[in-house]
Design a protein around this ligand. Sequence first.
Ligand code: AHR
Length: 834
Amino acid sequence: MNKKLLTTVLALCGTLSLEAQVSTSRNVFIYSPAPGDGLHIAVQEGDIWREAGRLCSSDYGTWGAEKKMFYPSVCRAQDGTWRLVFQVNDRAPLFAAAYSRDLVNWRPQDYPIMTTKQCLEPVVFTNPDGTFDVYFKSPQGKRWTSATPNFRNFSPDRASQISDDAWLRDTATVGGKLFEGYGFEISPMEWAKIERHFKKSGEDWRKANERMHDDAKNADLPRETVQATLTVDLSKQKKISDKLIGIFFEDISYAADGGLYAELVQNRDFEYTPRDHRGWTATTAWHSAKPIEIATENPLSKNNPHYALLWTDTLWNEGWDGIVVEKGKRYDFSMYVQAGGQKQDFSIELIGQDGTVLAKSKLKTNAVSWQQYATVLTAKASDTKARLAIVPLKAAHVGIDMVSLFPQETFMNRKNGLRKDLAQVIADLKPKFVRFPGGCMSHGQGLENIYHWNHTVGPLQDRKPDFNIWNYHQTRGLGFFEFFQFCEDIGAEPLPVLAAGVPCQNSANNAQGIGGQQGGIPMDDMPAYVQEILDLIDWANGDPTNSKWAKMRADAGHPEPFHLKYIGLGNEDIISTVFEERYEMLCRAIRAKYPDIKICGTVGPFHAPSADYMEGWEFTKAHPDLQYMVDEHYYESTGWFMHNRDYYDSYDRSAAKVYLGEWAASTKAKRPNIETALAEALYLTDVERNGDVVEMTSYAPMLSKDGHSNWNPDMIYFSNTDVRPTPAYEVQRLFSVYGGDTYVTSSFSGIASAYQHRLGASVVRDSKTGATYLKLVNALPTELSLTVRGLDVPATADTEGFAGKPEEQQLTITKGKAGASIVLPAYSFRVIKL
Ligand code: AHR
C-alpha cells in the first residue's frame, strides 16, 4: 500500500479524538480487555466509555493454552462491513482473520499460513477497490504484508517497508482502565442492533438458568394441580422420520477398549506409548519379576512393531482394572509366538486376587516365525479382579505379541465381539442408527491423528493402533467391520462419520507450530483422502468379485453388502475456508460416484446464532446439491431446552434435513437426573413435531467407564461388573421404542403462558404396527390433570413412564394402565400405548 493511501485508510479506520466526539451517531470503541477475553465494544456516553459486551473471541488452537486474541486490528470496509485480524500467539506462522456485517455475527475465523515463522501484531487496511492488505512484523522487527481480495484467500507474504504509523491505535478509558483499540462512528440504527443483541443475550442467559431444582422459589409456577386439555386433531397428520432416535458411539471414557470391546487383555499389542498417555510405555499393564524386554526386529506386523521377549519369568497382565472371571465360563486365549524354532510350553493361567488359580491350560509352542497359538480356559471359580499369567515352562527365548483373552460369551457370540451386558442394554434401546466412530475422535487431534477407517479393518495384528484424542490408546480391535456388524445385529442403520479433510479445531500445535485445523490435509494429498472415503463405500456395499475392498469385507466373513446409506463428513468443525474447500471436494466426489449415498455435513459445535452454525447453514443452503442432511451439536442447560422448544419450527422444509448428532441437557450436577431427563423429554416431543425436518437425533456421549471418565453427563455408566443406564437412557429408550412415522397434531389449552414450556405432548402413529402412542411430559412441581379430546384413550391402555424429584439420578420405570382419568404426578413422563 502506498503512503498516501495509508493516510486515507488510517483516517477511515480510526485515530479519532475519542474523548471529544458528540454526535447523533454513536461513537464506539473496539478493543480487547485481555488476550483470553476476545473482542469487546464500548460506547461513548457523555464523557465516559461504557463497556457494552463481547463481540467475538479467538477460536484458535487448544482450550486453555490457546484461544487467545492479541493485538486485534479492526477496519471498516467500503461497503460498511467489518474486518478483524489478530495475533494468535508468538510462535505460529499465521494470523487470524474474520469478518462481520454488523459487528455482532462474525464469520468463522480463518488462519492463513504465511512463510514468515511468527506473524506478530497484524494490522488490516481496506483499499478503495474493496480489497484488503494485512501487515505484520516478525520478531526482528521486519515488516511483511499479505493481500486478500475477499478476506478468505490471502496471498503469500512478502517483505514490506510500511511505516510505524500503520500500528497507531486509538485509546479510551473503559471501566477506569486505559485500553488501546479502534474508534468508529456508527449510525443509530447500527447501534440499536448491537444493543438489541446484548439485551437478547441477557434474556436468553436468564431463561437458560431456569432450574427445576429451584422451583420452590419460582413465583411463575403453579402450586396446585393444573387442569388442562389436550386437543388431538386427527385430521392434521404428517409424515415424520422413522429414524429419530439412534445412538452416538465414540471411544471416549473407555467406551471401546476396556469397555464395549470385550477384549480382557490391556495393551495386548505392546503398542502403548507416552503419546497415548503421559508415562505409558510398551509394557504398561504388564508385569514381571524382572524388567520386561521389548523388541522391534522382525515384528509380527509393521503396524504393530513392538513385542515382548520372554525367557523364564512369568508375564502378568492386569487387564482393564482387573479381569472379571465367572465360574463355569469359557475364555478364548491366543497369542502370536516367534521363537526361531525353539520349543516352549506355557501354562496360561487366570489368578484370583488371593492367588487362587481360577483357570489353567497348557500351550505348547514350536514357532519358527510368527505363529498364532490358542487355548480355552474354563473358570473353576469367580473373581472380579483376576490377572492373566503367562508362565514359561522351559528356558527359551521367545517373542510374543497380540496376547488376547476373550469371553466366549460375547454379544451374539461374535468372535472378536462386544461385551454382552453392555451391548444388550444398547440393543434394548432399539436405536434406528449407530453413529461411529465418534465426535472429536473422528477428526482427531491434529492431521496425524485423523481417523482412517481403512486402518481399522483386516487381521487384528495389521490394524493400525493410534493414540486417542481422549488421552489413551485405540487398538482398533473394535474397527469398522465390528461397527457395521453390530449395526446389522441390532437392526440399525450404520452412520459412519469421518473427517472432512480437517482435524479437530482444538488440536495442539504441530511441528511447524500450527494448531487448530493445522491448515487441513494439504490439497496435494486430498485426492488420496477422497479416494479413501470412496473406498469405504466400496468396502461396505461393493461386489467382492470385482472390488478389492469388498473382497476384504467378504474375507472377514461378510460377503453380503452392508447396505450403507449414509455417510457423515466432518464433526462440529469450524466452518473455515480450509474446511469448506475440502468438504466440497469430498461431497462432489461422492455425489459423482455414489449419487444414492446420503451425505451428512456439519454446522459446527453449537446452535444458532453461533458463527459456525450460521456459516454452516449458509454454505448448506448455497450448495443444495451436495448434502442430504447436516449434523447439529449442542450441549445445553435444562433451562435452555425448556425455553427453545420451537427451535425447529421455523426451519426451511425445503433445505437439508437435520441430524441432531450430539446433544444432552445438564445441570450443575453434571449427571443425568430426573430434571435433565424431563427437559430432554420435553424437547423430544418438539423434535417429533418437527420430525419432517429432523431426521435423526443421538444423545451424547453414550458410554462412560467408572474411573475413566472424560466427559459428563453420559447416557450409560458402567464398570467391569455392572451397567447403569441413567434417566437420560430411559427417555431415549421410551422415545425410540414408542416412536412412529406419522405425527398427529395436538395442542394444550387452559395453561398459563408462564409455564407452558413445562408441559409437553406428542402423538405419533407407527404405520408398520398400526400403534398410536401418546407421550406426556409434566415438568411442573404440581400434578397435571388432563382431559384428552379428539383421541380415544381407553382406561385399559398400557402405560410406561417415570416420576421423581428433579435431582434424583435414578428412576424406576413403572408400567400401568391409563385409567379413567389422566393425572400425571409432578415431574413425570408417561407414554400411553393406544
Ligand atoms: O461427545 C463428546 C464430545 O463432544 C465429542 O467428541 C465432540 O464432538 C463434542 O465436542
